[in-house]
Write a protein that binds this ligand. Structure first.
Ligand code: 6PG
Length: 241
């Protein structure tokens, strides 16, 4: 695993750096007509990134060869305000004129177990012929408790070695979610943690600072098998480093 920490002055420059990496990844992955596979996260942090990508010159990028998945989703209908699909669709994807088959959302309108099974099937079909999905890029956030995607501290989902996607109940928000599992996250060609704000600084320090704090937290268990892991931080989130 190649791991790199990059710190930016503020949230706008952080989003711009992430947007450039997204574009670079898509252009490289779709060269020669190949497909690109991206997995997006939800939350507030990626919103600036999605809006920047929406403004970028889409004509220069093979979005029609790009397939969009999610790292996790809340078990709510796609039009629900908490839907991670809806966040990305409204801020960005709706402007790309993508073929409908390029959007592989987690079907949050189903019961959690059914949504996870359906997503597992979609992943295994799209990445058929591979032992594990190998995303070109996975976008991840960091919770103040050290979670990422919907892998929360103490969750049995952290031990999963076979399934690609699991239903998880998050007591903190009293809702069900579906999340990619660590074997999938760690098999990506590239993963980006996008972390902004001073509230995240203690957890960033616990995971990336000196000492043995890393393995205690789900985000600290993201260690790509062969890919490139980038921690993109603003100065506020990097305060403790
Ligand atoms: C979700 C996200 C989650 C998020 C972190 C950080 O569904 O909420 O996938 O893992 O990335 O909670 O969220 P913020 O960017 O809002 O701080």
């Amino acid at each position: 695993m190649k791991e790199e920490i990059r710190v930016f002055p503020d949230a706008p420059s952080l989003a711009q750096a992430a947007a450039i990496i997204f574009m670079e990844t898509v252009i490289k992955a779709t060269a020669g007509g190949a497909q690109c596979s991206l997995a997006l996260s939800g939350g507030r942090t990626p919103q600036d990134l999605f809006r920047l990508l929406a403004e970028a010159d889409s004509a220069q990028t093979n979005w029609e060869q790009t397939h969009f998945f999610w790292a996790d989703e809340r078990v709510v209908p796609p039009e629900h305000k908490q839907s991670n699909f809806r966040l990305a669709w409204e801020a960005w994807l709706s402007r790309l004129a993508l073929p409908p088959g390029n959007i592989h959302r987690i079907r949050g309108e189903l019961p959690a177990a059914a949504a996870a099974e359906s997503y597992e099937g979609e992943l295994r079909f799209f990445f058929r012929g591979k032992s594990l999905p190998e995303f070109d890029l996975i976008l991840l956030g960091l919770g103040e408790d050290g979670h990422t995607a919907s892998l929360f501290p103490g969750s049995s989902a952290l031990e999963e070695k076979q399934r690609l996607a699991l239903p998880v109940y998050h007591a903190g928000t009293a809702n069900w979610r579906v999340t990619l599992t660590l074997p999938v996250l760690n098999n990506a060609s590239r993963a980006i943690f996008l972390v902004a704000g001073v509230a995240k600084a203690p957890m960033v320090k616990a995971i990336l600072g000196e000492g043995e704090g890393r393995p205690q937290y789900p985000a600290g268990l993201v260690k790509l098998r062969q890919g490139q892991l980038l921690w993109l931080l603003d100065e506020a989130a990097a305060t403790g480093l």
